[in-house]
Ligand binder design. Sequence first.
Ligand SMILES: [Zn+2]
Length: 146
Amino acid sequence: MKYLPDSEAQQLIEEAKKASEYTYSPYSNFPVGAAVLTGDGTIIRGTNVENASYGLTICAERTALGHAVSTGKTNVKAIAVYCKTNAAAPCGACRQFIIEFGNDIVVVFMHGDEMVQQTIQELLPFAFTKETMAAVAGIGDKNSNP
Ligand SMILES: [Zn+2]
């Protein structure tokens, strides 16, 4: 199945919403949460983490994925993003970050009152991926620890 059942996607949005409660966003006051669903059913949350040096700010999606990797979970099935304005499609940097872990990862977010599900490949066509690296340089294949 390409996308999650609606109930499962909605649950993942709720987990992302819970994550947003832990935001560190004193500069934008724009709390965002993300929740990663791994292949074994584990849900791992993340929130945006801002910095006085704005460029160092980390989006919720990247925090959640970093948290997942830090717990040995790189088999990512889906990721949900939540913000209170219901307009939280992943930014370009996060799309690139997500596709590192698979072309078929389902991304779930709200667009107004509509829940959207798209694969990361649909959100980032013609992506630069580890397959690109493998084809060009013979590196970056399945080995996560070069
Ligand atoms: Zn982002």
